[in-house]
Write a protein that binds this ligand. Structure first.
Ligand code: E4P
Length: 215
């Protein structure tokens, strides 16, 4: 499973890249609004640090506007993937962009047939949002299981990108189900590397080494 960073924060992306754990990045208008500077420049910089797919989202509501914005995003860097919301206008834009060889990520997916429709329109990735479903007491990971099953039934190559991840358990469940990608905040990535018994084990080894090192 690929690990993507769900952030537009350049220092966090640098750190994940240094760990060798940045297979790609997902941004969205809210994440870019949290950072200072021109969003295009931020995405350009991110695309230099991480050579995997970097999602940048359109904000237009008509297919025409989405295609226009998508073509602009695609010029920012070769590894930019155009993120398009799951609407009927979005599906038209996905079709047009994919026919031009531009990779797309369909965002805001909350039910399985939305993912199937996006895949049929030519989406390279689909982004089901697990955390936002959990927030309204709908089991987010069940959506991932169902999409995986549907894509396997029909040999669909579109990648399942688990989005709106809030905890390490979401990442574990995504890997168990066989999702292609998990995009996570940097805080979740850091937490995944930790275990209290690892810390206790290191402390013990260091304490024991103190006893022998001056022999
Ligand atoms: C990623 O592509 C999404 O934009 C992101 O995961 C949404 O996460 P949130 O529900 O925590 O805002």
């Amino acid at each position: 499973m690929k690990f993507f960073l769900d952030t537009a924060n350049v220092p966090e992306i640098r750190e994940a890249a240094a760990l060798g754990l940045c297979d790609g990045v997902t941004t969205n208008p809210s994440l870019l609004a949290r950072e200072d500077g021109d969003p295009r420049e931020i995405v350009r910089e991110i695309a230099k640090i991480c050579d995997g797919p970097i999602s940048a989202e359109v904000v237009g509501m008509t297919a025409e506007e989405m295609v226009r914005e998508g073509l602009e995003w695609a010029k920012v860097a070769d590894n930019v993937v155009v993120k398009i919301p799951m609407t009927t206008e979005g599906l038209k834009a996905i079709r047009t962009l994919s026919e031009q060889g531009i990779a797309t990520n369909t965002t805001l997916i909350f039910q399985p047939v939305q993912a199937l429709m996006a895949a049929k329109s030519g989406a390279s990735m689909v982004s089901p949002f697990v955390g936002r479903l959990d927030d309204i007491q709908a089991p987010g990971m069940e959506l991932i299981e169902t999409i995986r099953q549907i894509f396997e039934n029909y040999d669909i190559a579109t990648e399942i990108l688990v989005a709106s991840i809030r905890s390490p358990m979401h990442v574990l469940d995504a890997a168990r189900i066989g999702a292609d990608i998990a995009t996570m905040p940097f805080s979740v990535l850091e937490t995944l590397a930790r275990h209290p018994l690892t810390d206790i084990g290191i402390e013990r080894f260091l304490a024991d080494w103190e006893k022998v090192k001056n022999r």
